[in-house]
Design a binder for this molecule. Structure first.
Ligand SMILES: NC(=O)c1ccc[n+]([C@@H]2O[C@H](COP(=O)([O-])OP(=O)(O)OC[C@H]3O[C@@H](n4cnc5c(N)ncnc54)[C@H](O)[C@@H]3O)[C@@H](O)[C@H]2O)c1
Length: 330
């Protein structure tokens, strides 16, 4: 625990709210800055929520000063890949330009630590026989979302050379599940990621689950992804904070479990836990989907004191379904 406060941007969103809850449980003092464009005020279970935008220099500057912030955790972003293809400048404005503004405020206020939510989308489509994707793989995003986040990574790296601020960039793989205590979860509208969509089909919020591609060079022909439980991801942020407070140098880490599950395996798990078959429709491959994307996780385990507690597909699915049922009751 430290006397200094942490600014969490996007702390009313899916992942940020799980981190805010955990920070509160650890006795950390938190200020959340969120414009509530996709987030929800009631998801902020700890600290103070300030409604506003990271692009608002005056507001950010004031928050950093008034609250004596020494660490920023930056989740605020737009996150829907197909939308980024249709409206790229929206993504460069909110994910890249607004991050540049936040970083400038951090520099002007001598912020010491910065934790950044990045994404496996920065890797693009790794070579088919390359194996788990390590941090040394080339970056080649195939959509504006991935590029907008990669540009922020570059800004952070350049700033680390020019200032005393140290950072941890966390590249998340497929985040899923919800708070096992059932207080918060994923409420994203028009979500595109498999487990959330499958849970919506299970509770009747969507008619069917579209499976894109059944002829990939994977064991059952469907795409393979590395799914990480949101509470384990939240714990990785607290470990990153400890690492920075213990003088760790700036670094970049994949966040996943290092193993993949196919779309069919995920559907089987949802059907088993839900107790009913899902209405599934098989479709041709979708442009830009890699056959398999699994994190190389040696570096995060070497660097952080992080021990995942929910590394189990059924546990992830169970918590996602539990949250979806709660949402559908409201
Ligand atoms: N969900 C995933 O699987 C995943 C995977 C990789 C990376 N990420 C990254 O994790 C972060 C959080 O994603 P999420 O899934 O929780 O999304 P989310 O949409 O639930 O959360 C984003 C939050 O940021 C807020 N916000 C957006 N732009 C803002 C701005 N300019 N100023 C203030 N608030 C703003 C939104 O209102 C929302 O509360 C994002 O940076 C995203 O790129 C997510």
């Amino acid at each position: 625990m430290s006397n200094n406060k942490i600014l969490v941007t996007g702390g009313a969103g899916y992942i940020g709210s799980h981190v805010v809850k955990l920070l509160g449980q650890q006795g950390e003092q938190v200020v959340v800055l969120d414009d509530l464009s996709t987030g929800h005020a009631e998801a902020v279970l700890s600290g103070e929520l300030v409604q506003g935008n990271t692009a608002d220099t005056e507001l950010v500057d004031r928050l950093l000063k008034d609250h004596k912030i020494d660490t920023v955790m930056h989740f605020a972003a737009h996150t829907i890949v197909p939308e980024s293809v249709e409206n790229p400048l929206k993504y460069y404005r909110n994910n890249t330009a607004a991050t540049r503004n936040l970083l400038e405020c951090c520099q002007n206020n001598q912020i010491r630590h910065f934790v950044f939510s990045s994404t496996a989308a920065t890797y693009g489509i790794p070579a088919e026989d390359a194996g788990p994707c390590t941090e040394s793989f080339p970056t080649a995003p195939i959509n504006p979302y991935g590029m907008s986040k990669l540009m922020s990574e570059y800004m952070l790296k350049d700033l680390a050379m020019a200032s005393d601020m140290r950072h941890v960039i966390l590249r998340y793989f497929n985040v899923a599940g919800s708070d096992p205590e059932g207080e918060i979860g994923q409420s994203t509208v028009n979500a595109t990621l498999l487990i959330k969509v499958a849970a919506e089909v299970a509770v009747g919020k969507r008619d069917q689950l579209l499976v894109f591609g059944t002829d990939y060079p994977t064991p059952d022909g469907t795409g393979v992804r590395d799914y990480i439980h949101v509470s384990d991801l939240a714990a990785a942020h607290l470990s990153a904070l400890d690492y920075l407070r213990n003088d760790g140098s700036s670094t970049l880490l994949n966040c996943g479990y290092g193993k993949g599950f196919s779309v069919r395996e995920v559907i089987n798990s949802v059907e088993k836990i839900h107790g009913e078959k899902l209405n599934v429709s098989e479709q041709p491959r979708r442009a830009g989907d890699p056959p398999s994307l699994v994190a190389g996780v040696e570096k995060i385990h070497q660097t952080l004191d992080w021990k995942p507690a929910y590394d189990d597909l059924d546990k992830i699915v169970e918590s996602a379904l539990q949250w979806e049922h709660k949402l559908s009751e409201n």
